[in-house]
Design a protein around this ligand. Structure first.
Ligand code: IMP
Length: 193
Protein backbone atom coordinates (compact mmCIF):
# COMPACT_ATOMS: atom_id res chain seq x y z
CA UNK A 1 0.00 0.00 0.00
CA UNK A 2 1.12 3.48 -0.89
CA UNK A 3 2.35 5.59 2.03
CA UNK A 4 1.97 9.32 2.05
CA UNK A 5 2.33 11.87 4.79
CA UNK A 6 -0.50 14.38 5.15
CA UNK A 7 1.17 17.46 6.61
CA UNK A 8 -1.50 18.52 9.04
CA UNK A 9 -2.12 18.57 12.77
CA UNK A 10 -5.83 19.09 12.42
CA UNK A 11 -7.70 15.95 13.57
CA UNK A 12 -10.90 16.94 11.71
CA UNK A 13 -9.04 17.24 8.44
CA UNK A 14 -7.22 13.99 9.00
CA UNK A 15 -10.55 12.22 9.56
CA UNK A 16 -11.98 13.75 6.40
CA UNK A 17 -9.01 12.69 4.34
CA UNK A 18 -8.79 9.21 5.82
CA UNK A 19 -12.50 8.68 5.14
CA UNK A 20 -12.17 9.48 1.45
CA UNK A 21 -8.90 7.66 0.94
CA UNK A 22 -9.35 4.53 2.99
CA UNK A 23 -8.97 1.88 0.31
CA UNK A 24 -5.97 2.77 -1.80
CA UNK A 25 -3.55 4.91 0.19
CA UNK A 26 -2.13 4.74 3.71
CA UNK A 27 -2.12 8.27 5.03
CA UNK A 28 0.37 9.03 7.80
CA UNK A 29 -0.21 12.01 10.03
CA UNK A 30 2.57 14.28 11.30
CA UNK A 31 2.22 12.64 14.69
CA UNK A 32 2.75 9.23 13.13
CA UNK A 33 6.10 10.37 11.75
CA UNK A 34 6.96 12.07 15.06
CA UNK A 35 6.84 15.56 13.64
CA UNK A 36 5.68 18.10 16.19
CA UNK A 37 7.13 21.19 14.50
CA UNK A 38 5.26 24.39 13.94
CA UNK A 39 5.32 24.39 10.14
CA UNK A 40 5.40 27.87 8.58
CA UNK A 41 2.40 29.11 6.61
CA UNK A 42 3.64 32.48 5.51
CA UNK A 43 2.71 32.59 1.82
CA UNK A 44 0.00 34.89 0.49
CA UNK A 45 -1.80 32.33 -1.67
CA UNK A 46 -3.41 28.96 -0.92
CA UNK A 47 -1.05 27.32 -3.42
CA UNK A 48 1.99 28.90 -1.76
CA UNK A 49 1.01 27.80 1.74
CA UNK A 50 0.18 24.24 0.69
CA UNK A 51 3.56 23.98 -1.00
CA UNK A 52 5.46 25.44 1.98
CA UNK A 53 3.98 22.79 4.26
CA UNK A 54 4.58 19.85 1.91
CA UNK A 55 8.12 21.03 1.15
CA UNK A 56 8.97 21.32 4.82
CA UNK A 57 8.18 17.62 5.44
CA UNK A 58 9.71 16.44 2.20
CA UNK A 59 12.96 18.29 2.89
CA UNK A 60 13.21 17.36 6.54
CA UNK A 61 11.97 13.73 6.53
CA UNK A 62 12.22 12.62 2.90
CA UNK A 63 8.65 11.27 2.77
CA UNK A 64 6.41 11.82 -0.21
CA UNK A 65 3.95 14.24 1.20
CA UNK A 66 0.94 16.39 0.55
CA UNK A 67 -0.46 19.39 2.33
CA UNK A 68 -3.62 21.39 1.90
CA UNK A 69 -4.57 24.96 2.41
CA UNK A 70 -8.15 26.17 2.42
CA UNK A 71 -9.80 29.53 2.31
CA UNK A 72 -13.32 30.83 2.44
CA UNK A 73 -13.68 33.24 -0.48
CA UNK A 74 -16.58 35.65 -0.14
CA UNK A 75 -17.77 37.37 -3.33
CA UNK A 76 -18.89 40.63 -1.71
CA UNK A 77 -15.48 40.91 0.01
CA UNK A 78 -13.49 40.37 -3.20
CA UNK A 79 -12.46 36.88 -2.12
CA UNK A 80 -11.57 37.67 1.49
CA UNK A 81 -10.81 36.18 3.98
CA UNK A 82 -9.28 33.66 1.53
CA UNK A 83 -5.77 32.63 2.50
CA UNK A 84 -6.20 34.56 5.77
CA UNK A 85 -9.31 32.62 6.88
CA UNK A 86 -7.73 31.05 9.99
CA UNK A 87 -6.46 34.35 11.41
CA UNK A 88 -9.20 36.61 10.09
CA UNK A 89 -10.06 38.06 13.50
CA UNK A 90 -6.58 37.69 15.03
CA UNK A 91 -3.68 35.40 15.74
CA UNK A 92 -5.60 33.33 18.28
CA UNK A 93 -7.43 31.65 15.34
CA UNK A 94 -10.74 31.74 17.16
CA UNK A 95 -13.51 30.32 14.97
CA UNK A 96 -16.29 32.17 16.79
CA UNK A 97 -14.52 35.52 16.46
CA UNK A 98 -13.74 34.83 12.81
CA UNK A 99 -17.42 34.17 12.11
CA UNK A 100 -18.49 37.25 14.06
CA UNK A 101 -16.09 39.42 12.09
CA UNK A 102 -17.31 38.01 8.78
CA UNK A 103 -20.96 38.42 9.73
CA UNK A 104 -20.41 42.01 10.77
CA UNK A 105 -18.61 42.78 7.50
CA UNK A 106 -21.56 41.32 5.64
CA UNK A 107 -24.12 43.18 7.73
CA UNK A 108 -26.67 44.65 5.32
CA UNK A 109 -24.97 43.06 2.32
CA UNK A 110 -27.39 41.25 -0.01
CA UNK A 111 -24.85 39.22 -1.99
CA UNK A 112 -24.02 36.31 0.34
CA UNK A 113 -22.25 34.13 -2.24
CA UNK A 114 -19.05 32.43 -1.14
CA UNK A 115 -16.94 29.39 -1.84
CA UNK A 116 -14.58 27.20 0.07
CA UNK A 117 -11.51 26.44 -1.99
CA UNK A 118 -8.89 23.85 -1.09
CA UNK A 119 -5.55 23.51 -2.79
CA UNK A 120 -3.48 20.38 -2.25
CA UNK A 121 0.23 20.40 -3.06
CA UNK A 122 1.80 16.98 -3.57
CA UNK A 123 5.52 16.31 -3.64
CA UNK A 124 6.52 12.96 -5.05
CA UNK A 125 10.22 12.28 -5.50
CA UNK A 126 10.76 16.02 -5.66
CA UNK A 127 8.06 16.65 -8.28
CA UNK A 128 5.31 19.10 -7.40
CA UNK A 129 1.65 18.85 -8.43
CA UNK A 130 -1.43 20.80 -7.39
CA UNK A 131 -5.04 19.67 -7.01
CA UNK A 132 -8.06 21.86 -6.29
CA UNK A 133 -11.56 21.44 -4.87
CA UNK A 134 -14.27 24.10 -4.60
CA UNK A 135 -17.75 24.23 -3.21
CA UNK A 136 -20.01 27.22 -3.74
CA UNK A 137 -22.72 28.33 -1.36
CA UNK A 138 -23.87 31.22 0.76
CA UNK A 139 -23.13 32.82 4.11
CA UNK A 140 -26.16 32.93 6.40
CA UNK A 141 -26.85 35.63 8.98
CA UNK A 142 -26.51 33.61 12.21
CA UNK A 143 -24.50 30.49 13.04
CA UNK A 144 -26.44 27.20 13.02
CA UNK A 145 -25.30 23.67 13.83
CA UNK A 146 -22.68 22.02 15.97
CA UNK A 147 -20.53 19.69 13.89
CA UNK A 148 -17.37 20.43 11.92
CA UNK A 149 -15.13 23.41 12.55
CA UNK A 150 -14.17 26.88 11.37
CA UNK A 151 -16.87 28.62 9.34
CA UNK A 152 -19.09 25.51 9.03
CA UNK A 153 -21.99 27.00 11.08
CA UNK A 154 -22.45 29.94 8.68
CA UNK A 155 -21.97 28.25 5.29
CA UNK A 156 -24.82 26.59 3.36
CA UNK A 157 -23.57 24.72 0.30
CA UNK A 158 -25.56 25.18 -2.93
CA UNK A 159 -28.30 22.58 -3.29
CA UNK A 160 -28.82 22.25 0.49
CA UNK A 161 -30.86 24.14 3.06
CA UNK A 162 -28.66 23.53 6.10
CA UNK A 163 -25.17 24.65 7.06
CA UNK A 164 -22.15 22.36 6.92
CA UNK A 165 -22.38 22.24 10.73
CA UNK A 166 -25.97 20.98 10.54
CA UNK A 167 -25.43 18.53 7.70
CA UNK A 168 -23.00 16.51 9.81
CA UNK A 169 -19.53 15.17 9.15
CA UNK A 170 -20.50 12.12 7.10
CA UNK A 171 -22.25 14.13 4.44
CA UNK A 172 -19.82 17.05 4.59
CA UNK A 173 -16.87 14.73 4.15
CA UNK A 174 -18.42 13.45 0.92
CA UNK A 175 -19.15 16.80 -0.71
CA UNK A 176 -16.64 19.22 0.79
CA UNK A 177 -14.01 21.30 -1.01
CA UNK A 178 -11.37 19.20 0.75
CA UNK A 179 -13.00 15.91 -0.32
CA UNK A 180 -13.10 17.17 -3.92
CA UNK A 181 -9.43 18.17 -3.84
CA UNK A 182 -8.43 14.90 -2.19
CA UNK A 183 -10.45 12.95 -4.75
CA UNK A 184 -8.50 14.70 -7.49
CA UNK A 185 -5.29 13.74 -5.69
CA UNK A 186 -6.52 10.16 -5.36
CA UNK A 187 -7.43 9.91 -9.05
CA UNK A 188 -3.93 11.01 -9.93
CA UNK A 189 -2.29 8.59 -7.49
CA UNK A 190 -4.36 5.66 -8.72
CA UNK A 191 -3.37 6.41 -12.29
CA UNK A 192 0.28 6.81 -11.45
CA UNK A 193 0.72 3.60 -9.43
P1 IMP B 1 -6.65 25.40 6.56
O1 IMP B 1 -5.76 26.01 5.58
O2 IMP B 1 -7.27 24.15 6.06
O3 IMP B 1 -6.04 25.26 7.91
O4 IMP B 1 -7.89 26.35 6.73
C1 IMP B 1 -7.74 27.69 7.08
C2 IMP B 1 -8.99 28.15 7.78
O5 IMP B 1 -10.10 28.08 6.87
C3 IMP B 1 -9.40 27.32 8.97
O6 IMP B 1 -8.77 27.75 10.15
C4 IMP B 1 -10.89 27.56 9.03
O7 IMP B 1 -11.15 28.80 9.63
C5 IMP B 1 -11.24 27.66 7.57
N1 IMP B 1 -11.65 26.34 7.05
C6 IMP B 1 -10.89 25.44 6.37
N2 IMP B 1 -11.60 24.36 6.04
C7 IMP B 1 -12.83 24.56 6.55
C8 IMP B 1 -14.02 23.77 6.55
O8 IMP B 1 -14.12 22.65 6.03
N3 IMP B 1 -15.09 24.32 7.17
C9 IMP B 1 -15.06 25.53 7.76
N4 IMP B 1 -13.99 26.29 7.80
C10 IMP B 1 -12.87 25.82 7.19
Amino acid sequence: MRKLVFATNNAHKLDEVKSVSRDSIAILSLKEINCFDDIPETADTLEGNALLKAQYIYNKYGYDCFADDTGLEVDALDGRPGVYSARYAGDEQDAVKNMQKLLSELDGVENRKAQFRTVVALIESGEIRYFEGKITGKIIREPAGKTGFGYDPIFIPDGFSQTFAELGSDLKNKISHRALAINELKKYLNQSI
